[in-house]
Structure formats: C-alpha cells, structure tokens
Design a protein around this ligand. Structure first.
Ligand code: UDX
Length: 405
C-alpha cells in the first residue's frame, strides 16, 4: 500500500521520500526491483523512479511537509496492534518537528488523536479503499477521498494532493475517517458472508443458482452488484483482521456488533464446509489425492495472507488421508506437506479430485473429467463432473450428479 500510494502520487507530479525500516526492501527498490505481484505497479514505479529518494534512515524526512504512515496494523489475539504506527510516529517526531502526519493505515477510532497527543504534531486521517490486484487503479480513480482532522490548513494540503483524482472529497473528524474505513470493510465482508449464506440454501434447492440470484439482486441500485460473489469466503490482509479488530474494539466499549460477529463466524465456516465436501467426494470416488487450484487469497495477486485457499489446504492436510497437490499461477512460497506443481495441467493430471480455491482467470478453461469442486464459481455449473458452490442441480440432471448423492 505504501509503494502503491507513493507511486501514484509520484505519477501525479510529487517528489517522494520513501522510508522503510527493512534495508533489503530499500536496496531492491533502489535497484528497480519489486518483489511482489501487483499489476501496473512495476511499470509505473520505473517510470517515476527519478522522483524517489529511498532510505531506511528517518533523517531523510527532516524537510518533508506531509508524512504518510502506511505500516501494518495487524490483529493479534483479535485486537489491533498499533506498535508499528506508534513507532513510525515517534521516529517522525524525532526527525521533523513541523511535519503533518497523515495516517493511511487502518487504525481504530481514537488512534490519530492518541498519536497527536504523543507527538504534538498535526495528525490527519486519510484511509485507503484499495483492492489488491487493482491497487493502482483504485488509488488513481477512487470512489471517494476521506480526509479527517481538525487543522484546516493541513486538510487543505491533503485535499490538494488528491485533487488530481477528481473524486468526491469528504472532510470530517479523525474519528469519522477512522470509522468510515472499518464500517466500509465490515459492510463489504458482510455482503460476502450474506451471499454465502444464500449459496448454502440454493445448493439445497434444485433449479436454484446463487449467481443468478446475486446478479438480479445487484440490479437494485440500493443493493449494487459488487461483493456478491459466493465462494470460499473472504481472505486477505484487510477483511479478516479489520472485522476482528472493530469487533473487539466495540466489545471494549460495551457494544455487541452481532452482524459483524456473524460475518466472521460464517466466513470461518466456509473452510470447514468445502473441506467436508472435498472429503466426501474423495471418499465416494475412492480418491487418494486432492488437487487445490489457487493458493492466493484472490486472483491477480501472490498474496497468501489469511488466504481461505491456504486454510483449506491446511484443513485437508490435517485430515491426513489424502495427498495434497497444489498449483497457483503467482504464489511462489513453499507449502509443507504438499506437492507443488508449476502448471494446472500437471496438478490436475496428478490429482484424483480437484478443488478450485482461488478465482484465477486461467482456471476457467480447465479440461478434466475428474470430479471438481468449484468453490469460486468460475466453471459452467451444468458440467456433469462439477459441483458448484451455491448451485442446486435440477432433477433432470440427476444422472449427472452422481458425485454428490
Ligand atoms: C479489501 C477492500 O476491498 C479494500 O477496499 C480495502 O482497502 C482492503 O480490503 P482486498 O483485500 O485487496 O481489498 O481484496 P477484495 O477484492 O476486497 O477481496 C477480499 C476477499 O473477498 C478475497 O478473498 C475475495 O476472494 C473475497 N471476495 C470478494 C468474495 O468472496 N466475493 C466477492 O464478491 C468479493
């Protein structure tokens, strides 16, 4: 997110000083190397590289007027850990007494105020609403820009910075800006869990298909068509941690967020559901190996943080009765206890049954007559060997549904 923001702002004409405490990252970037897969990031970085000063030394920011904090805010034991954000703000304060701090990391309401108290610096909240895989596009063409704070001059400065996006600008308090981010992420996560509930029901109703139901629902402008794709549930670096962080924060304030709690619970149950289904189909078809297509938390990224696909692999490994084969077009990490393949064809050839766990485009055209669980709804659900999440096979297909009786 830091690099995406920096590159987008550089492309809009700004000079960037980029600090990372990890010297290896700084060395890589200085040599023009980006070790992550994010469409457009590489080319836009190389195009604007001359506008970058990169360092692991905070001293380099002593003359910068706006300093963005874009650091991880992990959830540990269901609670947000603000350690990195506090560290960064203290280092900023030591090296620049006049800077305006802008927090882009997702932080619980009250954080900006706390950092202002700690450092004495003006603190603005400017959350991001960026999806991995489309990060550059979302940053340059956002739906809205939210700027929270009470210092008018600083808010004006941040507004001017993002003017090039032509997006609507919401000027508000720090607390609202912080809350808007959580409420947005929790709402999107809830949409996914909601449609997954409907998917469970559709599977039991011959002739019913969650994809058709979602599509028709989406035409209602009040509902909108986005984030209604049923599947294996949400993963990634944001939804899982943010829903848990806001939930525990609310609990501390004596508020019970039952919708968000249900969203989390329902999402966790997706793994168990698909694992059970895979084991059942493996049992019926006397399979010895299960092939998992897709490990990333979604398509167009090599990110496996909180990946539902990876959790599914773990669950099936724990079962112990099957050899687990995996393939992902972008993920390069080693997954212990599995056999990893460099092509989907090889993975399919060596597996008795297949689970599609990430919605990669290239899985749409897999060719196999082996049983397939399409946990991301990318195949034709009428195919006789395919079990599609949220699809109730009609009676006249009874013959074809032998894997699932
Ligand atoms: C999300 C938010 O979209 C973004 O606004 C925020 O700033 C960060 O978190 P990201 O985690 O990159 O972005 O990915 P996103 O596209 O939102 O997908 C999250 C997860 O939900 C993925 O695992 C994806 O497979 C799943 N998903 C998404 C669904 O299961 N169904 C959908 O309809 C949409």
């Amino acid at each position: 997110m830091g690099l995406v923001t920096a590159v987008s702002l550089a492309d809009a004409g700004n000079e960037i000083v980029g600090i990372d405490t990890d010297q290896n990252k700084i060395n890589d970037l200085s040599n023009g190397i980006i070790r992550m897969y994010e469409p457009k990031l590489n080319e836009l970085f190389l195009k604007n590289k001359s506008k970058f000063t990169l360092s692991s030394d905070y001293k380099m920011i002593n003359e910068v007027d706006l300093i963005y904090i874009i650091v991880p805010t992990p959830t540990i034991n269901n609670k947000i850990d603000l350690g990195y954000a506090i560290d960064a703000s203290e280092n900023i304060q030591k090296n620049n007494k006049n800077a305006v701090i802008v927090i882009k990391s997702t932080v619980i309401p009250g954080t900006a105020r706390m950092i202002h108290k700690k450092t004495g610096l003006v603190v603005i909240s400017n959350p991001e609403f960026t999806k991995e895989g489309e990060a550059i596009n979302d940053t340059i063409h956002p739906d809205r820009i939210v700027i929270g704070g009470s210092d008018k001059k600083a808010i004006d400065r941040v507004e001017k910075l993002w003017k090039f996006t032509n997006a609507p600008i919401i000027r508000t308090s720090n607390e609202n800006a912080e809350m808007i981010k959580y409420a947005s992420n929790a709402f999107l996560a809830a949409k996914i869990s909601f449609i997954n509930n409907i998917a469970d029901l559709c599977e039991k109703i011959p002739g019913s298909d969650v994809d058709v139901v979602a599509k028709a629902m989406g035409y209602d402008k009040r509902i909108a068509p986005y984030f209604l794709k049923a599947g294996l549930g949400y993963g990634g670096s944001c939804f899982p941690k943010d829903t848990k962080a806001i939930n525990s924060y609310a609990n501390e304030l004596g508020v019970h967020l039952d919708m968000i709690e249900a969203t989390i619970k329902s999402n966790e149950a997706r793994i168990e559901k698909v694992a059970k289904l895979a084991i059942e189909i493996a049992r019926i078809s006397k399979a010895k190996s299960i092939g998992i297509l897709g490990i990333a938390f979604k398509n167009n990224t090599d990110d496996t943080r909180e990946s539902q696909a990876l959790k599914l692999v773990q669950k099936l490994k724990d079962n112990g009765n099957y050899n687990i084969n995996v393939y992902d077009p972008a993920v390069k990490i080693m997954i212990k206890g599995t056999r990893q393949f460099s092509s989907k064809e090889e993975c399919i050839k060596n597996s008795d049954i297949i689970v599609i766990a990430t919605e990669w485009e290239e899985f749409k055209n897999i060719k196999t007559s082996k049983p397939v669980i399409d946990a991301r709804r990318i195949l034709d659900p009428m195919l006789s060997n395919v079990f599609s999440i949220g699809f109730g096979k009609a009676k006249d297909n009874e013959q074809k549904t032998k894997w699932f009786q």
